[in-house]
Ligand binder design. Structure first.
Ligand code: ADP
Ligand code: MG
Length: 615
């Protein structure tokens, strides 16, 4: 019997490899753009026609190639970037497999013009479907220009498989964004069918984001920064209130490379958990610098997935960094509660220019921190530390706040009953007043505060339910004459599944035969009248957690209860209710935002007020 195993001809091997490397025009764009970055270019031009199906041309001012290299670069496994296996451990370039140009050249008509800076004459190589067509000297600028025509001209099956121009263009734009975002120090121009689609001058990351997503987008992002021995993290995250229903701008980069990592995505997303609706997605542009020794980029042919050695630690660092970023931001509406000089309302002498109003924040404040820290400048008091609203009014001499708290005093959060907290004899008069049955106006040492009663109460209830979720909710319960309700089989199953959670929120519900339940107690502010429809609507909300089933169930239930039970705009409030809202809100962990990430309040600093009023 004769042998039947044979080595594949290069042209076939390349076409097979092309199947992995070049699935669509966008993949060719990615490889060509990455090569320009690796070549040290600072000015890069991308030209496409017909969504890249007809032409992809990438021109750069990088190092260029010699005559020999210009031929060689189309060979399989031809690369200038690694020489020995050890080099794989220290990769700093985007490419290293030496597969891209060989693959592209096997499925398109390629023309390469290139010149090294130290040479006077450049070289032009033409290659079609792996077949070398010729090489000639040319006059061309220093750098490299590669044009890729008629992609998949010799693989009709693949060509037919391509999507509409609109969709293919969108893929290309996405690849372009990834390279452009991580290289704001390089200039890019992107022409689509002779029209300039993006013109990106050299700048910093924020400017690059503005150039790609529009100038107003930069109002929607907050910086994130964290430096540790293992990883340096920098970049921006979207403000919670701008989280969108569609998967938005979510970008991770490691060592200059766009990566995909569901695990790290979770680290970011869970940091937003209590702040945005369940069905919204936060934006992020996060850059991680890691020692190349500690990552392996070699596991995916298109290299968007990488292995980190210490992924768990990176997860924790990333999560903390994002939370800290959000924490600093959520504090900004509230500003300076500094007790020392806070009463020092600035007066502007007429002959001096008016100062820019200044906002002072405590950069170390982290609303997620559970423990109370010794406070030099004022941050929102944690529940355990709050002595009462009076603390906000008079700069107290350094007393131990813990001592002021009456033992047995109900916690300041969770004004379900909206009753004034006990032990407040010294409180100077009322704390705030209601305007248009919707806003609560009050003042602090640093400014006038306008609170949206609905968002604020949602936040208060939400945190109350979350806390109640961890202990017995005895205080907020309303005992009923036992009531029986019957639900649809689906709802009944759901309620059984969630019974434990309902219990923790203050319901006392027991199974009572087929799809029926007996309700003995409910959270105090629920109207026992519409009990069944209330429970049904809560179950309805739980049925649509918005995508991620891993979302914390307690938070979902707490959020929907809070939304449902919160005082609405337009409701006239009694003075005690107003005061209770103010006090409870400021005792919250995240007072500035509703559980859906909407602002609960606005602060007008006296500085600003005075300057507006020309005082
Ligand atoms: P890789 O990037 O993995 O090395 P490629 O097939 O993308 O493989 O490129 C092969 C080689 O061609 C590169 O290693 C590099 O030396 C050279 N090359 C490709 N594009 C450029 C460019 N724009 N400027 C200079 N050299 C280039
Ligand atoms: Mg490459």
């Amino acid at each position: 019997m004769s042998d039947i195993i044979r080595l594949l001809p290069d042209s076939v091997a390349n076409q097979i490899a092309a199947g992995e490397v070049v699935q669509r025009p966008a993949s060719a764009v990615k490889e060509l753009l990455e090569n320009t970055v690796d070549a040290g270019a600072t000015d890069i031009r991308l030209i496409i026609r017909d969504a890249g199906k007809l032409l992809i041309q990438v021109t750069d001012n990088g190092c260029g190639m010699s005559e020999g290299d210009a031929r060689m670069c189309f060979e399989r496994h031809a690369t200038s970037k690694i020489q020995k296996a050890d080099d794989l451990m220290a990769i700093r370039t985007l490419g290293f497999r030496g597969e891209a140009l060989a693959s592209i050249a096997s499925i398109a008509q390629v023309e390469l013009k290139t010149r090294r800076h130290e040479e006077e004459i450049g070289t032009c190589v033409v290659i079609e479907g792996t077949q070398f067509k010729g090489q000639t000297p040319v006059n061309c600028p220093a750098g490299t220009s590669i044009s890729v025509k008629n992609l998949f001209f010799n693989v009709p099956a693949r060509r037919n498989f391509l999507k509409s121009n609109t969709l293919e263009l969108r893929y290309i734009v996405e690849e372009f964004f990834r390279v452009a975002l991580v290289n704001p120090s390089l200039a890019f121009t992107f022409y689509n069918n002779d029209k300039v689609l993006y013109q990106l001058p050299v700048g910093n990351l924020k400017q690059r984001i503005a150039n790609l997503f529009g100038a107003s987008f930069t109002q929607r992002i907050i910086p994130v920064e964290s430096h540790t021995a293992l990883v340096n993290i920098s970049g921006y995250i979207g403000k919670p209130e701008f989280a969108r229903k569609t998967k938005g701008e979510q970008y991770f980069f490691t060592n200059g490379r766009y990566i995909r990592s569901p695990y790290l995505h979770h680290a970011v997303e869970s940091a937003f958990r209590e702040l945005i609706p369940d069905d919204a997605f936060p934006s992020y542009f996060l850059f991680m610098e890691v020692d190349p020794q500690h990552i392996d980029v070699n596991i995916h042919p298109t290299k968007t997935e990488i292995n980190f050695q210490d992924i768990k630690t990176i997860y924790a660092i990333l999560h903390a960094a994002v939370k800290q970023g959000i924490g600093k931001f959520t504090l900004t509406p509230v500003l300076d509660f500094e007790s020392e000089n806070a009463l020092d309302i600035p007066v502007f002498p007429a002959d001096q220019p008016v100062r820019q109003p200044q906002i002072t924040i405590n950069p170390d404040y982290n609303p997620f921190e559970k423990k109370t820290q010794p406070q030099t400048s004022f941050t929102f008091p944690q529940k355990s530390a709050i002595g009462g609203w009076k603390d906000f009014y008079s700069p107290l001499p350094s007393q131990d706040r813990e001592e002021q708290q009456t033992p047995g005093e109900p916690p300041a959060t969770g004004a379900l009953h909206l009753e004034p907290t006990a032990g407040e004899e010294e409180t100077p008069g009322m704390k705030g007043s209601q305007v248009r049955n919707s806003y609560i106006v009050t003042s602090t040492l640093s400014g006038i505060v306008i609170i949206d009663q609905q968002h604020a109460h949602e936040r208060i209830l939400y945190e109350k339910f979350l806390v109640e979720g961890q202990k017995e909710a005895a205080s907020g319960q309303h005992q009923l004459m036992p009531q029986t309700i019957t639900l649809s089989p689906g709802d009944a199953r759901l309620l059984i599944e969630w019974t434990e959670l309902f219990h923790r929120m203050g319901f006392d519900i027991g199974e009572f035969g087929r799809d029926s339940f007996v309700v003995r107690a409910i959270p105090a502010s629920i109207d026992p009248g519409g009990l069944r429809s209330f429970i049904e609507s809560i179950l309805e909300a739980l049925k649509n957690p918005g995508g991620d089933p891993k979302r914390d169930q307690a938070a979902t239930l707490a959020r929907s209860l809070a939304r449902r039970l919160a005082i609405k705009r337009g409701k006239l409030l009694r003075q005690e209710e107003i005061d209770a809202i103010i006090e409870s809100l400021f005792a919250c962990r995240v007072p500035g935002l509703s559980p859906d990430g909407k602002p609960t309040m606005m602060v007008i600093p006296y500085d600003e007020l005075n300057s507006k009023l020309k005082i």
